[in-house]
Design a protein around this ligand. Sequence first.
Ligand SMILES: Cc1ncc(COP(=O)(O)O)c(C=O)c1O
Length: 380
Amino acid sequence: MTDFTHIRCEEFPWTAEAVYLNAAGIGPLPERTRRAVEEFTRLRAAPHRLPDRTLFATLAESRRLAARLINAEPEEIALATNTSYGINLAARSLPLERGDLVLASDREFPANVYPWMALAERGIGLELAPTTPDGWPDEDFLVERIADPRVRVLAVSLTQFSNSYTVNLARLSAAARATGTFLVVDAIQALGQMPVDVRATPVDLLACGAQKWLLSPWGSGFVYVRRELLRALPPADVGWLAYEGTDDFTRLTRYEPTLRSDGRRFELVTLPFQDFAGMNASVGLLLELGIETIRRHLAEVTAPVLEWADRRGVRLASPRGPRGSAILCVELPDVGTAYRKLREAGVFATVREGSIRLSPHLYNTPEELARVAAVLDGAL
Ligand SMILES: Cc1ncc(COP(=O)(O)O)c(C=O)c1O
């Protein structure tokens, strides 16, 4: 059995003084990650201690771990400094033409909207699909709408930032395959809290910053591009290591003509090595624990708030069951007061789109969430 209590004490010692419920905002760094970044930075201070092979082995390990996380191959991974890089790559590199449409759901996080909006100057439209009365992506509508051949891209967050709705990826994947629509997924609110398998549920491109549920430094993240699409997709921004043979620093001005056939063709070097060293430590920890084990732990952690909401007739903006996640969005008559009371009680949550957003991770406990429910009860 996984000893989450031990990990909480060892890796997140500050949990003794605060109830942190904002993994959906900023994921805390495990102690091993803080040490890894510090150690890397210590070496960096005297760069002769950091040989090139250490630098590039660090990035290779990041690609390997990112691939394991989603059941992809390391060759399908490009490291990136945020989610936006991947969404922009999709928007600018997919073969879209004047008159084409991109379909996204209304209320998506702006990182998954603006890069598509920016295509207007090329005559490519963005259609924002109305959400359901609950404010969730309307999957029936999305599936119906991609049958229109003008809709060339379906862009979705796997898990919504403001209401936790988690799309049925298997359904959207099958529908997109059937219509030949590109499926682009923003996975930043999902990866690390739930299993994702791009072999079982194919997507064309998946973008993920590692700074939230992957508990990694700002400046780390990655893009997955489906193998069959890799070679067809030109990089939107061209890095100097994107070409075959450019690892050989003795021949830099040969200006090799052939783009790499793997994900490195999309990498915009120089990347923040120390942050990827940190990401390796964090993703290593998550994989050691097992993402499915973390998901089950989170179901136990969130249960007290769900029970309280049921008992007191409090509405959640976030779905229950398979369309939900560990993010709970609580609707209260006076969100401001509730937020203040939480802070007074040492609870760090946040407010998004009018709800209190609670986003616990592996270091939280059911007891903490029971306390949170009691505080929220006092704000009814
Ligand atoms: C769904 C979603 N996408 C993207 C981001 C952040 O994008 P980036 O990693 O480019 O800062 C957030 C977080 O704030 C988010 O909730």
